[in-house]
Design a protein around this ligand. Structure first.
Ligand code: NAG
Ligand code: NAG
Ligand code: NAG
Ligand code: NAG
Ligand code: NAG
Ligand code: NAG
Ligand code: NAG
Ligand code: NAG
Ligand code: NAG
Ligand code: NAG
Ligand code: NAG
Length: 825
């Protein structure tokens, strides 16, 4: 195949072509002769021969009895490969041309050299290399040499018959080249075996360990050693092994455990092996956080913290931080510490153990909340009969306040988060044991909170009755169950406030003004406070008696009683009473005309002031003496030419009289001697008409003006004096104006004109009488009229008035009409 590899083979192809051109002319070539056959390396033998003409190639044959190995070569020398080491071969050669191949040459013997020893090298220590090999066939000795791979330094050579050799005093961590070969008995060296081996590094020295207690890490550093590729730091404890690797000269071992003792060593390594530091550094880590921490508060105010002992702990520090930020600590080698605590705080407690390595890691932070403080400045702001309002200042730690009021067996409670509480539905006038407990979820009630006694205000008294005694003193009686209470009764009215007080069950109030309305209430008061006022009771005082009462005589039988207003009075009843009878008048007004008055009689005057509700004040006044009686049967007798005797019949009772004659020519008065019932007037001018009146003289000396007048004419002719009845100058009307019925008593009113009304008391009548009648008969003046109304009585009974008026008895009018009665003149 003339194609073949392009670069190298074309040369060979060219010569082949040349050989073919030569050989084609001849037959089989000559037999070559082997000049020399020798072995340089253990698997080949090189043959040198003298070339023969025409030979294009040669066939070398190596034969050792068992095997024959042939190799075609182009020219001398040629080498047979693939032979066994240290073996004797018989070598022949044939020349080959295009026409054929020659006969084999005469054989030549040659022996292959020894095989190279197969080395096994290692560096058992930083300064030695151990070279080992297996026995080599036919070898009797070995030659081993060593030198630095970089060619520097000297070469060490050793001859040995052993199969191992150790080179010592080498440099650590250095790459060496080792060469070895075997010798045979003939002193012929075999194949070389070369390999490189590094010495292992020297152990790291000057190891420094620094421990980071917080991170539980150890930083290890050392002096770097020659030829070390990388380092391994190992931390060994009883239970664990930690390591770190680096190619630098420091590394950090993390995840160390607290409370553990480690041995730290450093291993330097390269491809030849590793060496461990000779001395291991001992490292004690920080102690672990103490566990089983127990916190107790006993007695209150004293916190006791205890914990369990920990390995490697030299002493302990307990930090107690309260929630207001204050921190205290305790330093002890024991396993217990005491602190002072305050109520209402939460304390955060951490326990650390210390040793030379530092502080133990932070364990659990425990907290302890002390019982809430007791409220101190407790103030009841209001104590009433059934309620107590209490306020206090909020205290630390209290989440809730529980207030209880205990009275024997009953308990009133209130719970509130606010620092105030109103206890209601309490019993009045009762002593309660009141406690305000502070409460927290963590500790419950602080049972040592003190109680205080609060007495509720007294119970309201109940007014039982209000009575008046004869001296218009008001007695108020009440009922109440309070202990040691003072009761105050007040009467409140438009006239002002009156009061009395007592510690008993009643009190008397004097001096209440008449004619007034009061509201009476009672209040109890003790040191605890005031009760609610009792229900009020109304009280009306009797009307006031009119301050002044005047009685004036209108006619002989009629008097005008008038009085001032009595406060609180709505109606008045005036009663004039004498042995002869009684005259009464009931009116809303402050005056009254009373008839049926007997002359010359002592009357007691009484007036009742009556309020709207019927309360009656009996008022008494000075007795009234009615005027002396007018004389009867006045007659005039002539005494000579110029004298007149006036004669009368003296009525009952003794009185002094005065006679008056009123004429156009003068007034003539005559006073009779005591006890006489006539009086003589001398020298009276004749020829005149005289009005003659005989009047009794009151004890005061006053002359009455209402006695009947008679008109006489005194003639000069000497005729006898005669009584002349004058006729009225004009007619006048009288009105029985009205008669009303009120309070069961009837009145008849007489009026001289429609505006004036006078009432005369009559007995009871059943109907009103009203009439208007023209006056019949005679009269001189209204003041002189003596008019009496007499009602018809169904029962027929006569009233006191009718008795008094009998001599002027009325004549009943048919058809139920009142009778007008005019006294006969
Ligand atoms: C080792 O043996 C050889 C051959 O016998 C000799 O030439 C050589 O000097 C020897 N080397 C040493 C170090 O003995
Ligand atoms: C060969 O060397 C080994 C180790 O160095 C030694 O124990 C042994 O005795 C040696 N053998 C001879 C024959 O020298
Ligand atoms: C240390 O060096 C050796 C040799 O070069 C290598 O095989 C090994 O992986 C290295 N170790 C580390 C942790 O780098
Ligand atoms: C605790 O006491 C030890 C020795 O008595 C001392 O070295 C250390 O500093 C103290 N620690 C504290 C936090 O006081
Ligand atoms: C206190 O400790 C308890 C349990 O240990 C925890 O539930 C609670 O939250 C802690 N309180 C505070 C204020 O840290
Ligand atoms: C209850 O409160 C008082 C006063 O505030 C305090 O001194 C005491 O320690 C508390 N009681 C308890 C059991 O802590
Ligand atoms: C108040 O709180 C206490 C304790 O929690 C409870 O026993 C009591 O019943 C509560 N009282 C009221 C009135 O809620
Ligand atoms: C008022 O009460 C007192 C005490 O109960 C009693 O003695 C008195 O008789 C009572 N008076 C009247 C008028 O009821
Ligand atoms: C009765 O007296 C009062 C007071 O003096 C007087 O105002 C009144 O007019 C009198 N009435 C008669 C009828 O005289
Ligand atoms: C009336 O009373 C006065 C004085 O009290 C007395 O002097 C007089 O006699 C009495 N008159 C009659 C009629 O009783
Ligand atoms: C009448 O007058 C006399 C003398 O003046 C006197 O003494 C006497 O008391 C008087 N009588 C009466 C009742 O007034």
């Amino acid at each position: 195949m003339a194609g073949g590899p392009k670069k190298c083979w074309p040369l060979i192809g060219f010569s082949l072509i040349c050989l073919k051109m030569v050989a084609s002319a001849k037959t089989a070539p000559e037999i070559p002769t082997i000049d020399q056959a020798y072995s340089k390396i253990s698997n080949s033998i090189t043959v040198e021969w003298t070339t023969v003409p025409g030979a294009t190639s040669y066939l070398l044959t190596a034969e050792d009895g068992d095997t024959v190995i042939e190799t075609m070569v182009a020219n001398s020398p040629g080498t047979v490969r693939g032979l066994k080491a240290a073996t004797l071969y018989q070598i022949t050669i044939r020349s080959i041309s295009a026409t054929g191949k020659s006969q084999p040459s005469p054989p030549k013997q040659a022996k292959t050299v020894l095989a190279a020893p197969i080395l096994e090298v290692s560096s058992p220590s930083p300064d030695s290399i151990l070279v080992q090999w297996e026995a080599v066939y036919m070898a009797i000795a070995f030659s081993v040499s060593i030198m630095r791979a970089n060619g520097l330094g000297r070469i060490w050579k050793e001859n040995t018959t052993n199969i191992s050799l150790t080179f010592t005093s080498l440099e650590a961590g250095t790459l060496y080249t080792i060469k070895a070969y075997a010798w045979n008995a003939n002193g012929i060296p075999g194949d070389d075996s070369i390999c490189n081996q590094r010495t292992s590094p020297r152990a790291p020295a000057n190891i420094q360990v620094s421990f980071d207690s917080g991170a539980l890490r150890a930083s290890v550093s050392w002096a770097p050693t020659e030829g070390a590729f990388n380092y391994t730091v190992m931390a060994l404890s009883d239970s664990s092994e930690l390591s770190c690797h680096t190619s630098l000269s420091a590394c950090t071992i993390s995840s160390l455990q607290c409370g553990t003792e480690y041995l730290i060593s450093v291993l330097a390594s390269n491809d030849a092996g590793s060496s461990k530091s000779t001395s291991a550094e001992a490292l004690k880590t920080v102690a672990c956080a103490p566990g089983r921490v127990t916190i107790r508060e006993d007695p209150p105010g004293h916190l006791s913290v205890a914990w369990s002992n920990v390995d490697l702990g030299d002493y302990y520090v307990v930090f107690v931080k309260s929630d207001d930020g204050l921190e205290v600590h305790c330093n002890t080698s024991l396993t217990q510490c005491n602190f002072l605590s305050q109520c209402g705080f939460t304390y955060f407690i951490s326990v650390f153990a210390y040793n030379k390595a530092g502080q133990s890691p932070l364990g659990d932070v425990f907290n302890y909340t002390t019982a809430p403080c007791c409220p101190t400045d407790i103030n009841p702001v209001l104590v009433s009969s059934d309620r107590v309002e209490i306020v206090w200042s909020p205290v630390r730690g209290a989440e809730l306040y529980e207030t209880t009021a205990v009275d024997g067996f009953t308990v009133v409670e209130c719970n509130d988060t606010a620092p105030a509480c109103t206890l209601s539905a309490l019993e009045c006038d009762t002593k309660y044991d009141i406690t305000v407990y502070s409460f927290s979820e963590a500790r419950g009630r602080n049972m040592s909170c003190t109680s205080r006694f609060i007495t509720t205000a007294p119970c309201s008294p109940e007014i039982k009755n209000v009575s008046k005694d004869a001296f218009s003193t008001i007695n108020v009686h009440w009922r109440s169950t309070n202990n040691d209470a003072t009761y105050t009764v007040t009467a409140q009215g438009e006239m002002g406030l009156f009061w009395c007080s007592s510690t008993g069950q009643s009190c008397a109030m004097a001096g209440l003004p008449c004619g007034s309305v009061f509201s009476i209430t009672a209040v109890a008061e003790t040191q605890a406070g005031r009760s609610l006022p009792s229900y009020s009771v109304p009280l009306e005082t009797v009307p006031c008696c009119p301050a002044g009462l005047t009685v004036t005589q209108v006619t002989q039988s009629v008097i005008n009683v008038s009085w001032t207003i009595g406060t609180g009075a709505q109606t008045y009843v005036t009663v004039l009473e004498s042995h002869t009878g009684q005259s009464k008048c009931l009116t809303h007004q402050t005056q009254c005309l009373l008839g049926c008055i007997s002359c010359g009689v002592n009357y007691t005057v009484a007036l009742q002031a009556i309020s709207a509700t019927g309360l009656t004040a009996d008022c008494t006044y000075q007795s009234y003496s009615s005027s002396a009686c007018c004389p009867l049967g006045v007659k005039l007798y002539r005494l000579g030419p110029n004298g007149i005797r006036i004669h009368w019949q003296a009525p009952r009772g003794s009185a002094n009289y005065s006679t008056d004659l009123y004429g156009s020519k003068g007034i003539f008065t005559c006073a009779p001697s005591a006890g006489l019932s006539f009086c003589d007037v001398t020298k009276i001018p004749c020829g005149d008409v005289y009005t003659v009146m005989v009047s009794p003289i009151a004890e005061t000396g006053l002359k009455l003006t209402f006695c009947p007048k008679k008109i006489y004419s005194v003639t000069c002719s000497g005729s006898t004096l005669g009584m002349v009845e004058t006729s009225f100058a004009k007619r006048r009307k009288y009105f029985f104006n009205y008669c009303m019925r009120e309070f069961g008593i009837s009145y008849i009113a007489l009026s001289l004109n429609p505006q004036e009304q006078f009432c005369f008391l009559t007995s009871k009548v059943d109907e009103f009488l009203l009439m208007e009648t023209p006056v019949r008969g005679r009269t001189t003046a209204p003041a002189d009229s003596t008019l009496t109304a007499q009602p018809r009585s169904r029962s027929g009974r006569e009233s006191p008035c009718s008795r008094a008026c009998r001599h002027r008895r009325a004549r009943p009018v048919s058809g139920g009409r009142a009778t007008e009665l005019l006294s006969p003149w």
